[in-house]
Design a protein around this ligand. Structure first.
Ligand SMILES: [Mn+2]
Length: 138
C-alpha cells in the first residue's frame, strides 16, 4: 500500500502524463509545491516499489501497477470533489478539503460515498430537497 505522500506523487504523475503526455521532475515539484530534490528521492522510491520506471529518453513512465493505482487515485479525488459539491460545500473549499481527506478514508467509505453521489445524481429533486433543508437551518 502506498503511503499518503506516495499517493500524492502517483496521482500527480498520472495527471501530468494524462494531460501533457509526460511528467518531468520540475513539473511534479511545481504541482506539489515541493523541492525538486524531494521529487527525485520519491521517484527513486516509487521506482524501487515498481510504480514507475525512469527511462533515459522518455523520462518517467508508470508501470501497469502505477497506472492502475494512479487511475484509482484520480477517480477518488474526482469523486470526493463531486461529493463535496453535491452536499453544498463552497467551491473555494473543495480542492483543499479533498486534499485533506482523500488519503484517510477506506475504499469502503469511498464506495459508499460513491453510492450517495449516485443517489443525488439520479434525481435532481433530491439535491433540491437537501438545499431546502440547508436553507431552512441557516
Ligand atoms: Mn488529490
Amino acid at each position: 500500500m502506498p503511503t499518503p505522500s506516495m499517493e500524492d506523487y502517483i496521482e500527480q504523475i498520472y495527471l501530468l502524463i494524462e494531460n501533457k503526455g509526460y511528467a518531468r521532475v520540475s513539473d511534479i515539484a511545481e504541482a506539489l509545491s515541493v523541492h525538486p530534490s524531494s521529487v527525485t528521492k520519491m521517484v527513486q522510491k516509487l521506482d524501487k516499489d515498481d510504480y514507475l520506471v525512469y527511462e533515459k529518453y522518455r523520462g518517467l513512465v508508470l508501470t501497469p501497477k502505477g497506472n492502475k493505482v494512479g487511475k484509482r487515485l484520480v477517480y477518488r479525488h474526482e469523486l470526493l470533489e463531486q461529493f463535496l459539491t453535491v452536499i453544498g460545500v463552497k467551491d473555494e473549499h473543495i480542492y483543499e478539503d479533498v486534499e485533506g481527506i482523500e488519503h484517510h478514508l477506506s475504499w469502503d467509505s469511498i464506495d459508499r460515498i460513491g453510492d450517495l453521489v449516485q443517489y443525488f445524481e439520479e434525481d435532481k429533486k433530491r439535491v433540491e430537497e437537501l438545499r431546502f433543508i440547508q436553507n431552512r437551518s441557516e
